[in-house]
Write a protein that binds this ligand. Sequence first.
Ligand code: ADP
Ligand code: MG
Length: 315
Amino acid sequence: MSDKNKEILLEVKNLCVEYGKGKKNRFRAVDNVSFHIYKGETFGLVGESGSGKTTIGRAIIRLTETTSGEIIFKGKKINGKIDKELDKEITRKIQMIFQDPMASLNERAKVDYIVSEGLYNIKNYKTEAERKAKVEKALLDVGLLPEFLSRFPHEFSGGQRQRIGIARTLVMEPELIIADEPISALDVSIRAQVLNLLSQLQKEKGLTYLFIAHDLSVVRFITDRLAVIHKGKIVELAETEKLFSHPLHPYTRSLISAIPIPDPRIEKNKVLEVYDPSCHDYTTDPPKWVEIEPEHFVLGNDKEIEKYGKMLENI
Ligand code: ADP
Ligand code: MG
């Protein structure tokens, strides 16, 4: 993708999401997060379990209420109160694939209903024949046969179920798909197939992906840019290869140092970087979200940003 053709599809600005009510129970799951996603790219969001990744995805598709900040899709603010027309547009254009295909499909419904559900919700078809055609096309797109439409989810393997999960998003003809750890619940042997399917669909349909993962090694080869999230805060964001070759934030560095190296001799002598959040002294000099070089953002206070700048100079 050349720089000139980059068009921002989704922008998240200073997003905060809190759960629970009252001072005691309130918990900030997403804390002042900002990023944007270009049309046609695969943007990765990686962080350990509980860091707020799913919450961000759900906030974008309006399943979870935002506390503050803005979510902007194609130039329009889509969080908070929006009009019916825009709500319908977002419901169609932004779709989410869920982590666990064993839990996310309605067991009592046939595949035909499961894949059609979004169409029913927004009445996105004129005739029954049109609905049927859309659903059959979606199944074919994910490599399943139209005759599966009359079957129930329990008749399928994990990989096939995730394909059904993908078909139910495709039937809506979305522009942005949020793939929330789409392969982590699957057998290792079929993970690559599902990743290949997603990448092939992206090429065919010009889709944009927000790809959520907890495993850095998965996202390395499929994302264009990558954001690293730790306890609700994005700590670093850059082009994927840049992030891997020149990580700045100590948390990013610790994640990368933990990836196993295939060569056992190198692996044995590798020094693991352990992240200790107490390395930051933010009492008098709080952190800011800084674009330290073009398209490379890092969270740090003045002192840290100066240090990171020197690290980049020394490359
Ligand atoms: P991730 O997807 O990165 O594992 P989540 O977004 O699911 O993280 O969760 C972030 C934090 O918010 C976790 O501490 C989780 O326990 C909490 N959380 C998630 N959903 C809810 C909810 N509905 N109510 C209260 N807390 C929640
Ligand atoms: Mg999650």
